[in-house]
Design a protein around this ligand. Structure first.
Ligand SMILES: O=C(O)c1ccccc1N[C@@H]1O[C@H](COP(=O)(O)O)[C@@H](O)[C@H]1O
Length: 242
């Protein structure tokens, strides 16, 4: 039987608030209130996963570590945690929240030896976020180029990276539909599961991503569409139930 597509509602935290950005640009925030309330709402609606991002840590404008740890502690679901996990101290703090896995962005581009080491140590608890514009990776809050997507993917595959979270920055927060070509291309370049991120606007978009499950797409992150009430999480879960 074909796996069903996992859905990961997103809670991105900036300055203590749940926000959504457009193209990941600092200053483009729309605020949606208390992150704990947002996470609890997704849990009540049936979410099995939460994609939780410390945006201040990703941008280097501080952190929301205590708030994030409170969200993970309170939730009774699996959490993929990201933003600012770049060294032993931030990794230790992130893993200690009890999250299911962490998602590394900048570190995978700037600290390849450290990332290879922690992949070997922590296996499934480490995913790498491939945040791309075209085929160029972006780090440091998506403000700096970080090399070629497919070269980096080849290196991470060889190091045993368990999973990739692929974000098309040009689509993120825009409700313009996912980049299915990018997802197919990444799936062709790896045998590891891929989580799709960026652009979901409708139930049809989720069904389109779900057609890529046999090629290796395991999940989809849904952000703006849920907050903008384009559909409910219950409807989304039903749409991908198979
Ligand atoms: O999710 C966003 O909108 C976002 C925008 C700008 C920068 C990062 C963003 N999110 C996620 O943060 C991590 C990267 O953090 P770091 O580079 O490891 O500190 C990654 O999961 C991004 O997708």
């Amino acid at each position: 039987m074909t796996q069903k597509l996992e859905l990961l509602p997103a809670v991105d935290v900036r300055d203590g608030q749940a926000v959504r950005l457009v193209h990941g640009e600092s200053g483009s925030e729309t605020s949606y209130g208390d992150p704990l309330q947002a996470a609890l709402a997704w849990q009540s609606a049936g979410a099995e996963w939460l994609h939780l991002v410390d945006l201040d840590a990703a941008f280097g404008t501080g952190d929301n570590r205590d708030r994030i740890a409170e969200v993970v502690r309170t939730m009774d679901l699996k959490v993929e945690l990201s933003g600012g996990i770049r060294d032993d101290a931030s990794l230790k703090a992130a893993l200690a929240t009890g999250c299911t896995r962490v998602n590394l962005g900048t570190a995978a581009l700037e600290s390849p030896e450290w990332v290879a080491k922690i992949i070997a140590e922590h296996g499934e608890r480490i995913a790498v976020g491939l945040d791309v514009r075209g085929t160029t990776l972006r780090g440091r809050g998506w403000t700096r180029d970080g090399g070629d997507l497919y070269e980096t993917l080849e290196r991470l595959n060889a190091e045993g990276c368990a999973r990739y979270v692929v974000t098309d920055i040009n689509k993120d927060g825009t409700l313009q539909g996912p980049n299915l070509e990018l997802l197919k291309n990444v799936c062709s370049a790896t045998d590891r599961p891929v989580v799709a991120s960026g652009g979901v606007s409708s139930l049809a978009d989720l069904r389109a991503i779900a057609t890529l499950v046999p090629q290796g797409v395991e999940g989809a992150i849904v952000g703006k569409a849920l907050y903008a009430k384009a559909f409910t999480l219950e409807e989304a879960l039903e749409a991908v139930a198979g």
